[in-house]
Write a protein that binds this ligand. Structure first.
Ligand SMILES: NC(=O)c1ccc[n+]([C@@H]2O[C@H](COP(=O)([O-])OP(=O)(O)OC[C@H]3O[C@@H](n4cnc5c(N)ncnc54)[C@H](OP(=O)(O)O)[C@@H]3O)[C@@H](O)[C@H]2O)c1
Length: 237
């Protein structure tokens, strides 16, 4: 795909990887609808990226609100070419000690939210003549597990299965589906779990340029899944 003038949706665009992906897409000439709940944080991203970044305050797990926004914003004449399902949340802890709210929050955001927006956007993408692309941000924890990560791993293994099945369902409509599985990234993601981010983690900008590479492949070539790790994940001494 050639990125200039394409319309993209990036969920979780208010910080971390989503903000870096939005930056990379705008720099390549795309218009980005950046979705997140925190409107102040979205405004900060817009100030940096300019008017090609359109901030949308939306909770992706609220199905009715997502449907309304898609209906009011897009049509067969103006529809997204790229959907990046990046919004996600993680909480790590013992299964019998973690508050049940955290389980439901992860399922609602990482799985139900991804379903809500994808199911709406696929309808529009199917009507397009040109190829379009859905990229789901999974995790290394969708390919391997860790103790005290049962809920998060369940959602990220779910994203991997969702992506693989959807790729098989949508290939005949010229819609690509990819799952990008990063290892630890230096963002504020771990804050609620008390894990300190550090510079030996992956950098969000590097994952964003890897995502551009996945998008830019020729129309008949699909990178369906990719795992990216820090070579040495330990914090610098
Ligand atoms: N950091 C890592 O080590 C790592 C590793 C592998 C994969 N990942 C994945 O990468 C993705 C991005 O994470 P990050 O590291 O950039 O963390 P982050 O800085 O915490 O970003 C998470 C983003 O998701 C948004 N979000 C959360 N719930 C939402 C909801 N219900 N509706 C709309 N937006 C919502 C947040 O915005 P609001 O709070 O404003 O809504 C925020 O923009 C996640 O899917 C995460 O699982 C991260």
């Amino acid at each position: 795909m050639k990125i200039p003038n394409k319309i993209a949706i990036v969920t979780g665009a208010s910080s971390g990887l989503g903000a870096a992906i939005s930056n990379a897409l705008v720099a390549e000439g795309a218009t980005v609808y950046g979705l997140a709940r925190n409107s102040d944080a979205l405004k900060v991203v817009q100030k940096k990226l300019g008017n090609d970044f359109i901030p949308i305050t939306l909770d992706i797990s609220e199905e009715k609100a997502v449907k309304n926004w898609v209906f009011e914003t897009f049509s067969d004449e103006k529809s997204p070419d790229i959907l990046v399902n990046n919004a996600g949340t993680g909480c790590f802890g013992k299964i019998d000690e973690m508050p049940s709210d955290e389980w439901y929050k992860m399922i609602n955001t990482n799985l139900n939210g991804m379903y809500c927006i994808t199911s709406q956007i696929v309808k529009l993408m199917k009507a397009k003549k040109e190829s379009s692309h859905i990229i789901n941000i999974g995790s290394i924890l969708g390919t391997t597990t860790r103790a005290e990560g049962a809920a998060y791993c369940a959602t990220k293994y779910g994203i991997s299965g969702f992506s693989e099945a959807l790729f098989k369902e949508l290939r005949e409509y010229n819609i690509k589906v990819s799952c990008l599985n990063p290892g630890s990234i230096d963002t504020s993601f771990f804050k609620s779990s008390g894990i300190q981010a550090h510079s030996n983690m992956l950098q969000a900008e590097d994952i964003a340029s890897t995502m551009l590479h996945i998008l830019k492949t020729p129309d008949n070539m699909l990178i369906s899944e990719m795992t990216v790790r820090p070579l040495n994940p330990r914090a610098p001494e």
